[in-house]
Design a protein around this ligand. Sequence first.
Ligand SMILES: Nc1nc2c(ncn2[C@@H]2O[C@H](COP(=O)(O)OP(=O)(O)OP(=O)(O)O)[C@@H](O)[C@H]2O)c(=O)[nH]1
Ligand SMILES: [Mg+2]
Length: 422
Amino acid sequence: MNDATFAEENAPSGLATAREADRGEIDAHAGRAAAPAGTGVAVSVVIPCLNESETIAECVRRAHEVLRAAGLDGEVVVADNGSEDGSAELARRAGARVVHEPRRGYGSAYHAGLAAARGRYVVMLDADLTYPLEDIPRFVAALEEGADVVIGNRMGNIQPGAMPWLHRYIGNPLLTGVLNVFFRTGVRDAHCGMRALRREALPRLELRTTGMEFASEMVIRAAKAGLRIEQLDIEYRPRRGESKLSTFRDGWRHLRFLLVHSPTHLFVLPGAAMVLLGAFTMATVLTGLPLFGRTWQLHAMIAGSLMAVVGTQVLALGLCAHAYGTYFMGEKDRWFDWARSRFRLEHGLLLGGAVTLIGLLIGGAIALTWADRGFGRLGEERLAVLAATLITVGIQVFFSSFLLSILGLRRLESRKPKSRSI
Ligand SMILES: Nc1nc2c(ncn2[C@@H]2O[C@H](COP(=O)(O)OP(=O)(O)OP(=O)(O)O)[C@@H](O)[C@H]2O)c(=O)[nH]1
Ligand SMILES: [Mg+2]
């Protein structure tokens, strides 16, 4: 990762403008703006480019040829990402409109390129000649037939040497699999760089990320926005020039994007699993039921308590993350919406209060037993752990309910019409 913090990297990269300078070049600095109305063409081929002098000119020329041969009125926009090898000039000479985006990152380059695109349809592909430019008309045809977003699928036709085995058999399937478990998009090759979309669909995607995770973000936001996604099988060819993809850094950026956008999988499910496992372990110890051929004692009780306490904490964080997503980010989550339509602050307070009270009563009973024995020897460790666990969990539930409610208050506040000062 560069110097930028994660928060900065995920902030909207207030990038490109369609202000065209002389010589067909565009400065991507002065704030985002869509291409001006009335200047449209049918298709914009947008190509992010960072030091691709070996291929960029050929890529631009072939894109133009393909558009011409297919009778498509189009343009080629190259989003140059601070290349130091003359790529921008080569692209311009080959007939591209060049957008300069100095902030590094695949996503940054795309923010600039997409904002400058004037086509009704936008086709996206890499500058390294790995994608079949001759398939551009197929992508456009899929949009014309009603798709909002078209994504290539390389997995069935990867030419020898085009993709390292680590990406082909582990990275790509794993990350695409996680993406589909979390977001159920049904997309088979979520990192494919050859895509197309209707330009009018872009604002609905609210794309923000700046790095390679931009590819995942687009798929997820398209699915969440209910856009119609089509997939086309394509060939993937060996690249010329140096790859800009860093296996572990970019893989992690994809994964962390998936995690932070799915509180259910990051917090709620692991939290709930820990609570259940903790409760089950403590119940097994307290009832003395044999498990795996033996009974379990104090140490297992402490482990169960730990899981229940940590699980409750993680679960509460997940609910707060959901509340933040719903109230502040406009996210929609069926499960969370269902839960908040049924449960109110008072439910949480009652539950937390009741659990705390039960813990206090058990603690009180232990103290009474101890007093009864003249404050002598006491052997109620397991019950003491139960009491401590219940009190901790109860207090967590109690105060987390208030925190959830506070997040909701902010939402009501922002809904109120602005009052005029007198
Ligand atoms: N990684 C990266 N790519 C950039 C950047 N700016 C523009 N690009 C371009 O984005 C496209 C994708 O990068 P590639 O290096 O081809 O990544 P990839 O296609 O996932 O990996 P390969 O299969 O090795 O080509 C290329 O056209 C790059 O030139 C940047 O800052 N970082
Ligand atoms: Mg590439």
